[in-house]
Design a protein around this ligand. Sequence first.
Ligand code: ADP
Ligand code: MG
Length: 286
Amino acid sequence: ATPTALMVGTGRSAKMGVLIKNGQALEEVNMVKTVVFDKTGTITAGKPVVTDVIGDQTKVLQVAASLEESSEHPLANAVMAKVSDAKVAYPKARDFKNIEGKGVKAVVNGEKASIGSDKLLEDYQISNQMKTKMAQLQNDAKTVVLVGLSGKIIGLVAIQDTPKKTAAKAIAELRSRGLKTVMLTGDNQRVAQAIGKQVGIDQVIAGVLPNEKADHVKALQQSGKVAFVGDGINDAPALTVADVGIAMGSGTDIAIESGEIILIQNDLLGVVRALDISKKTFNRIK
Ligand code: ADP
Ligand code: MG
């Protein structure tokens, strides 16, 4: 494309809230075969809310609060909001340890406690009743965190984060243009499948640890150019490795720095807009 065509292209997209940092990114969008999305904060609104507490509510929320008080994870914020609503008092934890992509460990009232995914709490005893309940909640597209104390799972906290209003439309538009759509998430397979179904995504890759996201993008690049859309600190490597990195305007600074295209309004339809403008810009001047 001529420099003028490029300027027209990037200018037109900026008016629609799609900031394109360089001409190469605009050109490459047109050649992408697969669009990979992070789940939390990218496909979903990123405003998780606690919907269910299983077990002795006061006890479960007390231990959960002690553990999550020092965490900055979005799920921790949801738990703390629920604790505050329920006006539950809780003890200060000791030896707080954040386990990336899994949860939190600490000592609460002299007892070892954990909150997080089943990967973090796999050594804790869990009743069959609790297991069944967990699967039900996950099939309902709710993220379930387990609360463990002294070797036993004492309860579950279910957290809902609903898809953005335009997510399903954006994914349908991309698919109608012949692109493959993939969701990449650290969340559990059942939850990811349920949300994937709500938005009509082609493939779901769940249970991915933060340091594994970039490797999955590399694997998908075997079948053509890949765009990765994300918002978190842990999305930065994937945004860099992808042929086109697309960051949410609401994302963390490091995600915005790593992306070449920024969706200012956090609207996934921005991906479709960038694609269409790329097509126009690079077809015009042949
Ligand atoms: P995502 O890929 O959806 O952004 P993360 O990689 O941050 O998710 O976390 C993956 C999973 O680890 C979460 O779904 C949750 O089960 C667990 N987890 C991580 N941090 C916390 C926390 N502070 N409290 C509870 N659970 C957590
Ligand atoms: Mg995210």
